[in-house]
Structure formats: C-alpha cells, structure tokens
Design a protein around this ligand. Structure first.
Ligand SMILES: C[S@@+](CC[C@H](N)C(=O)[O-])C[C@H]1O[C@@H](n2cnc3c(N)ncnc32)[C@H](O)[C@@H]1O
Length: 242
C-alpha cells in the first residue's frame, strides 16, 4: 500500500481560529460550526446541482441524498484525511463528495479506497472525470468488505471510514467494530443510514466510560472525543487512550 502523508488533528490545526475558551476546554467543539459552514457552501454550489443532475439521469435508487452528501463533504473537509475507506461505493455519489472535499482542501496525495461488492453496477460512474483523475485519489476495490479485511488488503491505519454497504444491524455493528481499531487518534467513523437500526448508537454507547461518583462521562477512559448525528449520517471521533 502506497504511503501517504499523515494528517494533523483538525482542532490543533484550526485552534488559532477558535476562541481561547473553545480551544482549551472543548477543542473539538468547533466541528459543529465548521461542518455546518462547509455543508451549506456545497449545498448552494454548482457542484451539488451537477451531481443531482447526474444522479437523476442515472437513477437515484440506493444513492446518498443531498443533505447527507453535504454533511459528508463537510466532515471530510473538516478532518482533511489522507486515507479514507468507504464500504458500499456503488455508483459513487458518496465517493464524489468525499473526492470533492479532498480536492477543495488541496489534498493531492489523499486516497479514497471505495469497496463495492456488486458486479452489476458501474462502480463510481457518477464521479466527475476531473475528480477521478485529479490525483489518482479514487481507488475502486471490487469485492466484499469481509474479504478485503480477511485478506488484509486494506490500509492498516485509516483517517476516515464511511459505512454505506449492507444496513442490517449485524453487519453495521460488525463494520464499526472492525474499522474502529484501524482508525488513528482523531480519526472519523462515519455511517450512513444510522436511523435504520440501533447499531450506531449502541456502538457509540460502548465507547463511553462513566465516573463512578458523578455518573458523568469519564473523559480519560472514554474512547471518543465527540460524536453526533446529522440527518441520516452518524459520526464518532476516535480517541486513543494511552
Ligand atoms: C446504499 S448503496 C451505496 C450507495 C453509495 N454509497 C452512494 O452514495 O452512491 C449500498 C451498496 O453496498 C453494497 N454492498 C452491500 N454489502 C456489501 C459488502 N458486504 N461489501 C461490499 N459492498 C457491499 C451493495 O452492493 C450496494 O451497491
């Protein structure tokens, strides 16, 4: 697997822009503002209009909707990842917004490994040519997520993982459990269609540790920095406890 430069934690990078209070006590708090701003920007863009036109011309069945694409774009821009893996790449609506975010952040060496099982779809067909070829950043992988993991054919360290394959409770929970350990400190677990079952909230619940006296989150032992849900997108920021 080709080596790509490491990313730096967004709240360290952007902390100068945040107020003193935010940057020291709640350094990840800026994510809400940043992602909302990026999402609003892309929703109003010609790129969004063009992607909706492409999607409708191709057939919108099974592809990510516009609000969730905007959130995904915002999360990707906020994180500035070097290595992204997505399950369920399909015809590439989600892939296009991840690649657009990487391009807008000028992350020319970043890679998106997009896993799609079905032979009956034109993988990544919706992705505009200029994004596909800009940096060779789009890496389509044909097969089951299970098989790529079993054969150890995915990057061992991932900055961002997007689940959008099979939406059964069992499969979603399994993917979260498999990819969470591969995420680096500050990496993002993103899931589409979190409303379909309890897998995402239950997975996040397992990352909490509680203080015996107060019953509140014990930040030292909890293994996420932040988590949330916007529309049908859920996200959790991984924290490595040392
Ligand atoms: C909801 S669609 C993905 C939509 C896509 N992310 C987009 O926005 O255009 C789900 C896809 O996951 C694929 N899939 C389901 N189970 C899978 C698995 N175990 N491994 C890889 N792909 C899988 C299906 O073939 C289907 O194309």
């Amino acid at each position: 697997m080709k080596k790509v430069p490491a990313f730096s934690l967004p709240w360290r990078r952007r902390s100068k822009k945040a107020s003193q209070k935010e940057s020291s006590a709640t350094p990840f708090y800026v994510i809400w503002d940043s992602v909302a701003r990026f999402a609003a920007e892309i929703r109003a863009s010609n790129f969004m209009a063009e992607m909706i036109r492409r999607r409708d011309a191709y057939g919108s069945e099974g592809v990510m909707g516009a609000p969730d694409c905007a959130t995904l774009y915002g999360l990707t821009r906020w994180l500035r990842p070097a290595v992204v893996v997505e399950s369920g790449g399909f015809i590439g609506m989600s892939s296009a917004f991840i690649l657009k975010a990487l391009a807008d952040e000028k992350l020319t060496t970043a890679r998106l490994y997009s896993i799609e099982w079905s032979e009956n779809c034109e993988q990544g067909a919706l992705i505009p040519d200029e994004l596909r070829s800009a940096s060779g950043g789009f890496v389509p992988l044909r097969g089951k997520v299970e098989d790529f993991l079993r054969r150890d054919q995915l990057p061992s360290s991932i900055d961002m993982f997007l689940h959008d394959s099979s939406h059964s409770y069992r499969h979603m929970f399994w993917e979260f459990q498999e990819f969470w350990p591969r995420l680096r400190d500050g990496g993002l677990l993103v899931s589409h269609d979190v409303q379909m079952n309890a897998a995402f909230p239950e997975f996040v619940a397992k990352t909490y540790a509680h203080d015996g006296k107060t019953g509140r989150c014990d930040a030292e032992r909890t293994s996420h920095y932040e988590w949330g849900r916007w529309g049908y997108i859920g996200f959790a920021i991984k924290k490595v406890n040392r």
